[in-house]
Ligand binder design. Structure first.
Ligand SMILES: [Zn+2]
Length: 167
């Protein structure tokens, strides 16, 4: 009698939790720019497998494939934050991903750590402006990366050679 009461109590405690939170093996996202408009085209970059997939509308990423578990979204050089999953479990909602996510990268610039590999040993600075012969020599030896002469409001400052990521 007492056992039955305990089981029914457990059932009622667990059941509502299952019904409001469901898990998925895919990560779903829509891309938004600052003003809230949806971006209907863009790409998903998977640094571990050096692959880029073009997307339209909702991005659906299969997390059962281990190499898909680190990725970011890119829209004409504007990057989302880097998403990182330790397992193939994601929640079932459609995530709103902002482009560009400069706050996320600002933090990694400050701590001097690549947001993909979480290391600093492959980072080199990006140098802007007219290239001197010394700068060209340093670029050839992977000491710096040349950023070109055009200067925008928000510029990447570091480059990870391992992950081919400017941030
Ligand atoms: Zn890296």
């Amino acid at each position: 009698m007492r056992t039955a009461t305990i089981y029914s109590l457990i059932f009622f405690m667990v059941f509502p939790a299952i019904s409001v939170y469901s898990q998925s093996q895919t990560f779903k996202a829509v891309l938004l720019i600052k003003d809230g408009s949806i971006i209907n085209a863009g790409s998903i970059v998977f640094p571990p497998k050096r692959d880029t997939v073009y997307l339209t509308d909702t991005a659906v990423i299969d997390l059962t494939i281990r190499q898909n578990r680190i990725f970011y979204f890119d829209w004409g050089g504007w990057k989302s934050k880097v998403f990182r999953f330790d397992s193939d479990c994601a929640d079932d909602s459609v995530h709103k991903v902002s482009l560009q996510d400069t706050i996320f990268y600002k933090h990694h610039q400050q701590i001097h750590l690549c947001p993909v590999c979480l290391k600093s040993n492959s980072l080199i600075p990006i140098v802007y402006g007219f290239s001197s012969s010394e700068m060209v020599r340093q670029a050839r030896h992977n000491i710096i990366r040349l950023g070109g002469c055009l200067v925008w409001e928000i510029m990447p400052l570091l480059y990870c050679r391992k992950d081919d990521l400017e941030f």
